[in-house]
Ligand binder design. Structure first.
Ligand SMILES: [Zn+2]
Length: 293
């Protein structure tokens, strides 16, 4: 038992080091050109996502590939006297499932390239976006949504100084980002990922406050290490994911889709191929998704 705890802690520390650290949007990033919006509007099939009902009674789902959103922001729920806390949900997965997650975007280069690859391979994924990037690239956010991937909240601008001194700052950054996302796609994510992950950042005040506000946080248990220092290459990410998924039937995989992650784009087709060869199906993160640890 002790050994298991120790190994979990060791793995946590390893993955934490591999997590994204303190990125801010590139000041050189340009707003979307109007030409990009036609591609975003091309996907107009019926929405394949669930919108929570007023009292969150319809979230006990039995499919790992159905994104879940809320029609209201937390402030709107409070104004309408609706609950903000989710009911107890039983975690659900179906067989051997991999969850590809892409943090820190959307940008207007790597994220669209990733979406193209996901479409070619008929694979869903989860994008944990920052409010600042969503503001810069709203058409890319709309395309993620329209192509039935899941969107999660990853703070406004990934600034640890605002997020981790205190829970009030963290919630403020998340709610600011909820408003931005809802203004673009019409719904709010229920899922979020703490920038840098929970370990070493959250105090005991964070989990109950997140629960009271209906947010469900997911870290990861497989890291591509595509944000590690030293300019790792596509082949490194493929090897990392290959070795870390050998003995798993549940893999939440950390990658990044923001500026500078061209090697992630390059690695993605082979990552999908090898996961399929290992027998994984692909899901999106929802409030029902089991925790990675
Ligand atoms: Zn991040």
């Amino acid at each position: 038992m002790t050994r298991q705890i120790l190994s979990t802690l060791l793995l946590s520390a390893t993955l934490l080091l591999a997590g994204c650290a303190g990125q801010t949007p590139s000041p050189a990033a340009e707003p979307e050109s109007s030409a990009d919006s036609s591609a975003a509007a091309a996907e107009t099939t019926a929405p394949a996502y669930i919108t929570a009902d007023d009292s969150f009674t319809n979230l006990q789902l039995d499919t790992p590939a159905m994104p879940v959103y809320d029609s209201y922001t937390i402030a709107e729920r409070r104004a309408k006297n609706l609950p903000t806390q989710l009911p107890q949900l039983t975690p659900y997965k179906d067989g051997k499932v991999a969850y590809l997650t892409f943090d820190d975007g959307p940008d207007n280069k790597n994220t669209p390239a990733i979406l193209d690859i996901l479409k070619e391979n008929d694979v869903p994924a989860t994008f944990y976006v920052t409010g600042a990037h969503a503001e810069l690239h709203p058409d890319v956010l709309k395309r993620i949504f329209a192509e039935h991937h899941a969107i999660g909240n990853h703070s406004y601008d990934h600034d640890y100084r605002k997020l981790y001194p205190a829970i009030d700052g963290f919630l403020g950054e998340m709610q600011k980002t909820d408003d931005i996302i809802k203004n673009i796609i019409g719904v709010r994510p229920l899922i979020l990922r703490a920038p840098g992950g929970v370990i070493g950042n959250f105090t005991s005040a964070y989990p109950p406050a997140l629960a009271a506000n209906g947010y469900v946080e997911h870290d990861w248990n497989v890291s591509s290490a595509d944000a590690a220092p030293g300019h790792p290459t596509a082949q490194d990410f493929i090897g990392n994911i290959d070795s870390q998924t050998d003995n798993k039937d549940f893999a939440i995989i950390l990658m990044h889709s923001s500026e500078g992650h061209e090697e992630t784009v390059k690695a993605l087709p082979e990552i999908i191929r090898l996961l399929k060869a290992k027998g994984f199906s692909f899901g999106v993160i929802t409030p029902m998704t089991p925790q990675p640890w």
